[in-house]
Write a protein that binds this ligand. Structure first.
Ligand SMILES: [Zn+2]
Length: 423
């Protein structure tokens, strides 16, 4: 069987990059026309920061792949490289053989045909690091995460990233440039300390061409998640005085892997993805909060399949490689964050509404949580498939109360983790 997840390290201490690249890059898209019936590499996307880079190879079908790394040789001017071999896949017209990136850890991406009807993608690196590669479905793509072994400078030096040059039109870089609000936070933050709560990424599920689940009265999940995420972002900012970054603040489509890339790139301390649940049984209601792990039952697997936009079988396939992919994830912290948010939502909303059923903390293989390096959760706030819950999800009162409950859950977690002062 072909191993779908691959990881490794490429190292060469002697190699020093000629130019230290500090800019945060925006995603660049290389697309092209695709002839039917042939497996092709059709686009390469990337998101980079000094210590973290995610590369996505877009394919028009399921392509077996293998990866490897080659050390550099400073004396010969050879940089460390990582390669990805796409078996039986060609290159769509319009893909450059050489894409100069010079951002984060990546110098350039090269693409070439191999003799055995394969395509090799080579990443020329500015520095040695670790990498992990995995395949996602619907549409098919291969994700390569690159990281340095050092503690992320983004976490250690939050002031530094604000002064970084911005990529033009890059909303994330723009957010990072903003100075924090003058207003005093409502909680005291501990002095210094690398663990301090500095930055939270709030992800409004779905968007653009992806409406998410649709309620019986036609409410779109993407609209209620955005409304709730906006309120949540405001209230988190007010409570903690930290930076809060929305993965989207309008009705646009974002690939699931881009959302995680944003959180990693900005060095977020917490990642909260907001969703609304759906069930074929329209009487089902209640709250559940997820973190990344193997699904423990069919219901959790079904929720993961729906949110991933894949089939149940593909969730099963993903679970076969999940162990490898969870190496750097904060599973224990994520499960504690999920527990605090879940109990806070059930408790606080239960004071105002009937039938706030507690479905508990659950785990599942969610694409949007894959590769996140900080405690990260996915909140299913209510069932949009139920008429009453659909009405609540649309009401700004419910959105505000749900946001307050999530803030209270985050606060408990942050206190227990000493990310904020305990008194
Ligand atoms: Zn969703």
């Amino acid at each position: 069987m072909i191993r779908l997840a691959q990881k490794g390290a490429v190292r060469l201490a002697a190699y020093a990059p000629t130019k230290k690249v500090r800019a945060l890059s925006s995603s660049s898209v290389k697309t092209s026309s695709v002839a039917p019936g042939k497996l092709l590499l059709k686009a390469i996307r990337h998101w980079a920061s000094p210590e973290y880079t995610r590369i996505v190879l877009e394919l028009n079908g399921s392509v077996p792949f293998s990866t490897g790394s080659l050390p550099g040789d400073a004396g010969k001017g050879i940089v460390p490289r990582i390669y990805i071999d796409l078996k039986g896949a060609g290159i769509a017209s319009g893909i450059d053989q050489r894409m100069v990136i010079k951002e984060g850890m990546i110098q350039q991406v090269r693409v070439g045909k191999q003799q055995n009807n394969s395509t090799r993608v080579v990443l020329d690196l500015a520095m040695a690091g670790e990498y992990k590669a995995f395949a996602l479905k619907g549409p098919d793509r291969i994700v390569i995460d690159l990281g340095t072994r050092k503690q992320a400078v983004l976490e250690a030096n939050p002031t530094e990233i604000r002064s970084l040059p911005t990529a033009k039109g890059d909303p994330i870089a723009k957010v990072l440039e903003q100075t924090p609000e003058e207003r005093q936070p409502q909680v005291r933050l501990p002095e210094g300390g690398s663990n301090r709560l500095r930055r939270i990424v709030v992800d409004a599920g779905h968007g653009g061409k992806d409406p998410g689940a649709i309620g019986p009265r036609g409410t779109l999940e993407k609209d209620v998640t955005l409304a709730l995420a906006r309120v949540l972002a405001k209230r988190l900012k007010k409570e903690f005085g930290c930076q809060v970054i929305l993965t989207r603040d309008k009705d646009v489509y974002l690939a699931l892997e881009e959302r995680t890339a944003i959180a990693n790139r900005v060095g977020a301390d917490l990642f909260i993805s907001i969703h609304a649940n759906a069930s074929k049984n329209r009487s089902v209601r209640g709250v559940e909060t997820y973190y990344l792990n193997f699904s423990k039952n069919d219901k959790a697997a079904a929720v993961a399949a729906r949110e991933n936009g894949t089939s149940l079988k593909q969730v099963g396939d993903l679970e076969m490689i999940l162990f490898d992919l969870m190496a750097n994830s904060k599973i224990n912290e994520s499960s504690r964050l999920a527990a605090e948010i879940q109990s806070s939502l059930v408790g606080n909303l239960g004071r105002h509404y009937s039938e706030i059923k507690d479905h508990g903390v659950r785990q599942g293989p969610f694409y949007v949580l894959l590769g996140a390096t900080m405690p990260s959760v996915l909140v299913e706030t209510a069932f949009i498939s139920n008429k009453t819950d659909e009405g609540r999800l649309k009401s700004s009162k419910f959105q505000g109360r749900a946001a307050d409950a999530i803030v209270a859950g985050v606060k408990k977690f942050a206190k227990a983790s000493r990310m904020i002062a305990t008194k």
